[in-house]
Design a protein around this ligand. Structure first.
Ligand code: BGC
Ligand code: MG
Length: 470
């Protein structure tokens, strides 16, 4: 399978490249910048949603699953982007959002029966939405921002709607209507099916390993989502998608991934994403995810703090080594290869959940290079870090990403975590040993011929990572 050791680059379309001066990134802009992905050597790109949307949740509130939002361009622009990506050997993943729609989706008016409504005036149960607040809306209540779908009732039996849209987007069919998409990231997939009887979620009996809204953390998601029926429903999507890559955004403990991997190819390793930069904690997150062989390594995305902010700039080089030498598929969020940190966001906020600061535009040169107009969010620090300067500097973080992506092709299939010095994560990949020093003190280097080092100096300097060959 092409994706098994692939590096997937996440593009946040509003913030990658603007081609028409309106300050918002667009599809033509992405096509113009594909050389950056080719330079890095990644295998695929994932586009966060590009469908028509009133932007109550910045594109994750979809009002038409089969269209392109005019701000992003046209279907012709999309076809050109896919063709240009394929020409460079880059696969294309779309974001599929099957658990809720925008209130502006025609179904919301024409088929209210396809949504979950409270039978009483007010919330019918204790469900908590991902952003806090009640999880089910009363028909007479306020209008929900992104109403949840009852999947079994949406456009025919089982997952009719999403099945059709995934089929339409996929490989060219005889009719020529396919669009050549190579896979999908499945949004919030643990919420695909909810209990028909709207039963209360029970109180949580143990702490949840991932950050949650405090209200949600008090409950165990047993009825509001995480249903075994979801896996059955996904079989239909699996069938329609054929061999297209399906990667699930499953916000659950890694111990639960296995059953979802019956129908999905990959699931994001969220415990790894949230692990503090501490060797013990990292090992604890890596071990079970690596055992599955199909966890997608990821350290940041458009929802959570940027990598530079989370691990600190001093650890960015070592974090790049870790992310790109673990066995299996890795996801890189645009800008992380430059060391971009969280930005100031916007006042008043655009995003209801405070995520503007993770979504500032790409910095292509010292002036920005993102748009000829006024960017929808300001650029953070283009003079300090940008693609042009980092390309020219052999010692830059960008060029470290590039070297690692090249080197990872030489790492074998094997993987074994090693007992290491305190504060060091070390593992073998067949003939290579990787050692990552998470501390501010020097540590001894692993034995072998150095192949790649993040820092100069003897041993394993503070915050450094080293790859040796045995
Ligand atoms: C997406 C978020 C979105 C949420 C609701 C996710 O997990 O990544 O950006 O707000 O789903 O669709
Ligand atoms: Mg634009």
């Amino acid at each position: 399978m092409w994706w098994q050791d692939a590096v997937v680059y996440q593009i946040y379309p509003r913030s990658f490249q603007d081609s028409d001066g309106d300050g918002v990134g667009d599809l033509r802009g992405i096509t113009q910048r594909l050389d950056h992905l080719a330079y890095l050597g990644v295998d695929a790109l994932w586009l966060s949603p590009i469908y028509p949307s009133p932007l109550a949740d910045f594109g994750y509130d979809v009002s038409d699953y089969t269209g392109i939002d005019p701000q992003f361009g046209t279907m012709g622009d999309f076809d050109e982007l896919v063709a240009a990506a394929h020409e460079r050997g880059l696969r294309v993943l779309l974001d599929l959002v099957p658990c809720h729609t925008s209130i502006e989706h025609p179904w919301f008016r024409e088929h209210p029966d396809r949504y979950i409504w409270s039978p009483v005036d007010g919330p019918p149960n204790n469900w908590v939405s991902a952003f806090g607040g009640p999880g089910v809306e009363s028909r007479r209540g306020e209008r929900p921002l992104v109403p949840a779908l009852v999947l079994s009732r949406a456009a025919g039996p089982r997952t009719g709607a999403t099945r059709k849209s995934s089929r339409r987007c996929r490989t060219s069919s005889a009719s020529g209507s396919g669009r050549g998409v190579d896979g999908f990231r499945l949004d919030a997939i643990d919420r695909l099916v909810k209990d028909e009887q709207l039963r209360d979620d029970p109180p949580a009996s143990r702490p949840f390993p991932l950050p949650l809204d405090p209200e949600a953390a008090r409950l165990e998601m047993r009825y509001s989502g995480n249903r075994p029926e979801a896996i059955e429903a996904l079989r239909a999507l699996r069938e329609a998608a054929g061999d297209a890559l399906l990667v699930g955004e499953l916000y659950r403990p890694v111990g639960e991934y296995e059953r979802w991997l019956e129908v999905l190819d990959l699931v994001f390793a969220f415990e790894f994403l949230f692990s503090p930069w501490d060797a013990e904690r990292l090992r604890a997150a890596i071990e079970p995810a690596a055992e599955l062989r199909r966890a997608a390594w990821v350290m940041s995305n458009h929802d959570f703090d940027r990598l530079a902010t989370r691990v600190g700039p001093e650890n960015l080089r070592a974090a790049a080594v870790l992310l790109l030498t673990l066995p299996g598929t890795a996801f890189v969020y645009q800008g992380d290869e430059l060391g971009l940190a969280n930005g100031p966001g916007h006042e008043p906020p655009f995003d209801r959940a405070g995520r503007d600061r993770l979504r500032h535009p790409m910095q292509w040169d010292a002036h920005g290079g993102f748009t000829s107009g006024t960017p929808w969010l300001p650029l953070v620090d283009p003079e300090a870090r940008n693609v042009a300067d980092e390309r020219a500097d052999p010692g830059s973080l960008l060029n470290l990403y590039r070297s690692l992506i090249e080197l990872r092709r030489e790492l074998g299939a094997g993987f074994r975590l090693l007992d290491a010095e305190p504060g060091v994560v070390a593992f073998e990949r067949d003939r290579h040993t990787v050692a990552v020093n998470t501390t501010a003190e020097p540590r001894p280097a692993p034995e072998g011929e150095p192949v790649l080092a993040t820092h100069e100096g003897e041993g394993l300097p503070p915050h450094a990572a080293l790859i040796v060959r045995n």
